[in-house]
Every structure is written in structure tokens, then in C-alpha cells.
Design a binder for this molecule. Structure first.
Ligand SMILES: [Zn+2]
Length: 252
């Protein structure tokens, strides 16, 4: 692609040979208003501990980290991964802002040209062009996290497909991520409940001596069967049954 300027990132801000190009990750700089040159210059001269392959604004695209190297752009500490995208298998693109932390249409157009070129060269499918947010829930690029339609509109720029198809791909992707996230949350909650669950008395031999007569009667009468295998009684349940039994309410 023509008209890409190069201002190399300081060597201490990136490193390692990239293993593959499976993903293209879109970020924003998070500043109120800035330029590609300003960012490239900053990353060239400061120890930031982060980096990106490209910075894009209304007028320029700056190449910062060489495409063959790993930029440190999408692995955010303490954030859960929602897909297999990592620094080592992706290209990171930072979109600059045009005021009030917004991304201009012109910057989006310029970025779309760059992304299309990368998709062609590396064979990256549209579904694998994602936001930093899709990698690990980071609020980046914030304007396109807040308004997903702006993200859809950007994805639409990347292909000749109809809006419906692009929307469908985006929706499928969001569904997949949400499903993965939902499964993780459910597992987490279940494990937590399991750990905190109060003990159950499942077999007659487990029942404490003070309740054993009552439960034995209920089981022998066929009134209490549990789930067929386990009685599943808590201590509170046992106490209520014993009180009812002793007061004659159960009339066993
Ligand atoms: Zn980001």
C-alpha cells in the first residue's frame, strides 16, 4: 500500500517474531485529539511498554512496529481472553482521534484501506478483524464499543458484502464471544455455589442421631424418596421435620 510513512517504534516497546497473522485488531489511542505522526513520534522516543504496528489519522498512516515483529497491543493484564487472538498472531492498528475522543469518518476510511490491504496480503477473513474489546473486553476503541453500529459500519467498509451479511457475521461473532463468556460465568458461579453450599445429608447412615428416627420413618413410609439416590436434606430441613414429627403434625 502506498503513502505509508515509517517512523520506527523504540526497540524496547516491542519484540519477538510474529508467528502468524490470523487477526487484525483495531484500537484507538484514547486521547481527546491526536495525530498519527504525534503518536509514532511518542512511541519512537519513549519507553511505553506497549506498541502498535500502525497509527492512522485523517491524513496519514504511520508504520511504527514492522509487520514481521510482535507489537504489544492487545494482551491487557488481568483481562479475560475472549478468543485466540494474541500479540503473536495479530496486527494492531491504532486509530487517532479528531476531538472529544471521537474517530472521524476520514480516519475510518483510511484505516479501512489499510485493513483491506492487510486482509488481502495475509488472507485474514472479515470475521477475524476485531476490536481490542473483542479480544479481552478492554473498552477500546471506546466510540465503537459504545456504539456497535459504528463498528458494523466499519466492517462494512472492508468488504463488498451487503450490510445484512456484515451484520450477520458481526452478530455471529458477538454471539460466539457472549456464549463463551456466559459459559465461563456459569462455571464460575456453579463452582462458587458448590464451594459455599451447605452440607447435605444424602443417606440414612449420614443422618445425625437426633433426626434419624424421623427420617427413617419418612423413608420407610415412602413419603421421602429424595431424587431416588440422595435424600438431599439440609440441617434446617432436618430440624423442621423433627419438630413436626415430635409435635405430632406428621402423624407418623
Ligand atoms: Zn486497544
Amino acid at each position: 500500500m502506498k503513502n505509508i510513512k515509517t517512523l520506527r517504534c523504540k526497540r524496547s516497546n516491542y519484540g519477538g517474531a510474529r508467528q502468524s497473522t490470523e487477526w487484525i485488531v483495531i484500537h484507538y489511542t484514547g486521547n481527546a485529539k491526536d495525530t498519527a505522526r504525534g503518536n509514532a513520534n511518542y512511541f519512537a522516543n519513549n519507553n511505553v511498554g506497549a506498541s502498535a504496528h500502525y497509527f492512522v489519522d485523517d491524513n496519514d498512516i504511520y508504520s511504527s512496529v514492522p509487520e514481521g515483529d510482535i507489537a504489544w497491543h492487545c494482551e491487557t493484564p488481568n483481562m479475560p481472553f475472549r478468543c485466540t487472538c494474541r500479540n503473536r498472531n495479530s496486527i494492531g492498528i491504532e486509530l487517532c482521534t479528531c476531538g472529544d475522543y471521537q474517530i472521524s469518518e476520514k480516519t475510518a476510511d483510511r484505516a479501512a484501506e489499510l485493513v483491506k490491504d492487510l486482509m488481502d496480503r495475509y488472507g485474514v477473513p472479515l470475521a477475524n478483524v476485531i476490536r481490542h474489546y473483542d479480544v479481552c473486553l478492554k473498552n477500546c476503541p471506546a466510540p465503537w464499543v459504545k456504539d456497535v453500529n459504528k463498528w458494523f459500519a466499519f466492517k462494512e467498509r472492508l468488504s463488498d458484502m451487503t450490510e445484512t451479511n456484515v451484520q450477520k457475521i458481526c452478530n455471529d461473532m458477538i454471539y460466539k464471544y457472549n456464549k463463551e463468556l456466559e459459559d465461563r460465568i456459569i462455571t464460575f458461579i456453579n463452582n462458587k455455589f458448590e464451594a459455599e453450599r451447605e452440607p447435605r445429608y444424602d443417606k440414612l447412615e449420614d443422618i445425625p442421631a437426633w433426626a434419624v428416627d424421623t427420617v427413617t420413618k419418612l423413608v420407610e413410609e415412602g413419603i421421602m424418596q429424595g431424587d431416588g439416590k440422595n435424600l438431599g436434606l439440609t440441617k434446617d430441613m432436618l430440624r423442621i421435620l423433627v419438630i413436626m414429627d415430635r409435635s405430632g403434625i406428621l402423624a407418623l
